[in-house]
Structures are given as C-alpha cells and as structure tokens.
Ligand binder design. Structure first.
Ligand code: GTP
Ligand code: MG
Length: 301
C-alpha cells in the first residue's frame, strides 16, 4: 500500500468578531500565538499559525473579525484596516474555515460567508463553542440550517476551548490541501517576530483588563527589545487617545498598569520560554485610531 501523500497549504480562518477564531488557531497550533479575549475585535492583524501533523501542515491565517463598518466605534481607519486585512487574507489560500458560534447566525456571519463566497475558495464550516450547548439535540437542526443552500466542503461541530472535534476538522482541511512537503520547520509556530508577539501580549491584557470602549482607544508599540544574557529586556509604550484615558490605564497608584505588565510578562515568559524584564509607559497620541498615517507608524498594515 502506498503511504498517504503529505499535504500542506494555507487556510484562512474567517468569521465575525468574538466567535473563537484565535482560540481555534491556538488550539490547532498547540501554542498561544494569537491573543484571545472575551471582547469583540481583539485580533487586529493577520497572523500565521503553523500547525504541523504527521500527515501534513496547515498554515492557518488568523484574521480580524469581519464586521459592519457602521457606527462611531466601528468606522475608524483602524476598523477599515481590520476588514481589509481579513478580506485580503483570502488571496492565495487553498481553503478557508468559516467559524461561527453554535446556535447563532447573524448579519455579520452572513457578511463573512459572503466574503468567502466571493473569494471562491473551498470552505469548511466550523461550528464552534458546542460545549456551551446544553441540549445537544438542538445542534442537529442548527447544523442543517447553517449548511442549507451554502456549499460547504464539510461541516464540523467543535469546541476550540475544550479541544473537541479538532481531529476531524484537521482531516477535512488537510484533504483540501495540495500535495507538497511541509513549508515550515516542525518547531516553527508563527510567521511573526517575538517583538510583534510581545506587543500583542500587552494588548491582550488591555483587552482583558480595561472596561467599556477603552481597549479600542489603545494600541501598543514595542520601543525596545534586546537580548541580555538569558533574559529579554522589553520596553512597551501603550498609546491612548486622551489624557483621561491615560489616568485610567495607569490606575490608582499605578496599580492597573502594574497588573497589566505582570500578566503580560508572565505570558511572554511562557511563550518565549525565557526570563523577561518588561517596562511599560502610557502615552497620548490624539486620534491615532482614525489616522491612516499614524496607523502605519504604529505597525498596522
Ligand atoms: N465556551 C467556549 N468559549 C470559547 C470557545 N472558543 C472561544 N471561546 C471564547 O470566546 C471568546 C472569544 O475568543 P477569540 O478566540 O478571541 O475570538 P475571535 O473570533 O478570535 O475574536 P476577534 O479576534 O475579536 O475577531 C473568548 O472569551 C474565548 O475564550 C469555545 O469553544 N467554547
Ligand atoms: Mg481573534
């Protein structure tokens, strides 16, 4: 018997904000390459998560959630850039995963589906968060309705958080990949630099620890990143839009900023497997999120 051929290729991970795209990418890669929070619009950049299996390699393109560009909070230059990054991720991929939340399908899910249909790539539907569905008999009619009239290559109920159903999702995706050798070494997990990931891990804490709309007025710039013996020395600037926001990020006696820095440093030490010395500063740059030129200098595509 001939052994099964090795397959490898690019898979765009697409869906509305907050459905679990980044959680799914991390689960498949087996490491935290993409930041996660319970707030929509956590991911702002395209990022490659490399998932290597004996049978093949999936190059998973995590993307910002596709959202309606309406309303004050979702129509800035940054939001347009995020939608562009998500749609642009479809160029040249071999397949896509449309991630939706079990039991729910709204206008933005349709928007994401339409983007995939226009791109004309084969699409696997991943119905995520099935762990939250108590009554499993409710799942079947949902799966049928979701697939109705939409030409999915496969439909897979999964839980990215509990790592359920992932093997069959991987098999379905690998079947759509071209026959070719691995494109990256087996110890590679992302195309992004440690410097980029460090900034993201600070931003993850901003998403998690700041309330209301404040996370959306913040971004992180890594000002310095140096290797010092066995230690990484990292300097991060947290940019906000107004003085009042700066006071909130710093918190009473600096408590909030300390907590953000501690959690981000711990996450960096886990991901980089190295000791990290992290310094953080908060600075004001009025209107950065709606300023194309400012976005460029702050590292947005
Ligand atoms: N219960 C449950 N929660 C999940 C699952 N997958 C993701 N979540 C949670 O859903 C929230 C959003 O997850 P993310 O992975 O950041 O979602 P995303 O689609 O990448 O969101 P954006 O980057 O904002 O577009 C987080 O609180 C996750 O812990 C799942 O399978 N089950
Ligand atoms: Mg994400």
């Amino acid at each position: 018997m001939k052994p099964a051929p090795h397959r490898a290729g690019h898979v765009a991970v697409i869906g509305r904000p907050n459905v679990g795209k980044s959680t799914l990418v991390n689960a498949l890669v087996g490491a935290k390459v993409s930041i996660v929070s319970n707030r929509p619009q956590t991911t702002r950049h395209r990022l490659l998560g490399i998932a290597t299996f004996p049978e093949g390699q999936l190059l998973l393109v995590d993307t910002p959630g596709i959202h309606r560009g309406e309303g004050k909070q979702t129509s800035t230059a940054m939001h347009r850039m995020m939608n562009r990054a998500a749609r642009g991720a479809l160029e040249g991929v071999d397949a896509a995963v449309l991630v939706v939340e079990a039991g729910r399908w709204d206008e933005e899910d349709t928007l994401a589906f339409e983007a995939l249909r226009e791109a004309g790539v084969p699409v696997v539907l991943a119905v995520n968060q099935v762990d939250r569905i108590r009554d499993k008999t409710a799942l079947l009619p949902y799966l049928q309705a979701a697939a109705e009239g939409r030409d999915f290559a496969a439909v897979h109920p999964v839980s990215a958080l509990k790592r359920k159903g992932l093997d069959s999702l991987v098999a379905a995706l690998l079947a759509l990949m071209p026959e070719q050798p691995a494109q990256y070494g087996e110890d590679e997990i992302t195309d992004k630099s440690q410097r980029f990931l460090a900034g993201e891990l600070v931003r993850e804490q901003l998403m998690r620890q700041l309330g209301a709309e404040l996370p959306y007025a913040t971004t992180v710039e890594i000002e310095s990143f140096t290797v010092d013996g066995t230690m990484l020395r990292i300097g991060a600037v947290i940019w906000v839009e107004r003085e009042g926001q700066k006071a909130i990020v710093i918190g009473k006696g600096g408590a909030r900023l300390r907590e953000i820095g501690t959690k981000a440093r711990q996450a960096m030490e886990r991901l980089f497997d190295s000791k990290v010395f992290l310094e953080t500063w908060v600075r004001v740059r009025a209107g950065w999120s709606d300023d194309e030129a400012a976005l460029k200098t702050l590292g947005y595509e």
